[in-house]
Design a protein around this ligand. Structure first.
Ligand code: PRP
Ligand code: URA
Length: 209
């Protein structure tokens, strides 16, 4: 399928610019990420199937629209994925949550797994994998492979920033998984950071550098 959706809504772009600014504080960075995640969640769920159910309004019965199928799964790639996860859960409080703990080895840029916990029945649910950054795509690919091993077949990947190199690698490795992002930046630097990017998302969220 190889689909790529860039969410170019003015509010998303405005908030992203403030997040990129190196003078933005840790607290503001976290708040903005949560706000953007609401808007991104709106886009990534835009085409969910609806069914109807019978309800009673104060004026009488109605066949009213409601989301069809089983509850969604949001899969957060730790740590920084949690910044997107929290806002998404505000919008879809009934979603199930998977956590995939991964960090990038600084030298090889390979993703090292340290934690995995997911609902059992991934096979008949839409799984939306969230991580603010798609750089080399090693982390996203490792997380999605693990989710597929556990039965997930219907997967979307949602991030804030993507590098062209990461998009190409991701689409080669996971051609069936659509990507949603707020921006596609210029390139990766020699250390695998997105340029111009916003720096290290986890460090900026949690003030660890
Ligand atoms: C960051 C980010 C992604 C990964 C992206 O996490 O949140 O998970 O890098 O890079 P990649 O596409 O090259 O794999 P990091 O490894 O810094 O871990 P952290 O969230 O714990 O800080
Ligand atoms: N991870 C980040 O947090 N930032 C980047 O630019 C690349 C990977």
């Amino acid at each position: 399928m190889k689909s790529l959706t860039v969410v170019d809504h003015p509010l998303v772009q405005h908030k992203l610019t403030i997040m990129r600014d190196k003078e933005t504080s840790t607290g503001s960075f976290r708040r903005l990420l949560r706000e953007i995640s609401l808007l991104l969640c709106y886009e990534v769920t835009r085409d969910l199937a609806l069914t109807t159910k019978e309800i009673e309004t104060p004026l009488g019965p109605m066949q009213a629209p409601t989301i069809a199928g089983k509850k969604l799964v949001f899969a957060s790639i730790l740590r920084a994925g949690n910044g997107l996860l929290e806002g998404m859960l505000d919008l879809v409080p009934s979603a199930r949550v998977a956590h995939v703990g991964l960090y990038r080895d600084h030298d090889t840029l390979e993703a090292i797994e340290y934690y995995f916990k997911a609902p059992d029945d991934l096979d008949d649910r839409l799984v939306i994998v969230v991580d603010p950054m798609l750089a080399t795509a090693n982390s996203a690919t490792a997380a999605i492979e693990k989710l597929k091993e556990r039965g997930a077949t219907n997967i979307r990947f949602l991030c804030l920033l993507a590098a062209p190199e990461g998009i190409a690698a991701f689409q080669k490795a996971q051609p069936d998984v659509p990507i949603f992002t707020a921006a596609v930046d210029s390139h990766l630097n020699e250390k695998g950071y997105i340029v111009p990017g916003l720096g290290d998302a986890g460090d900026r969220m949690y003030g660890t550098k």
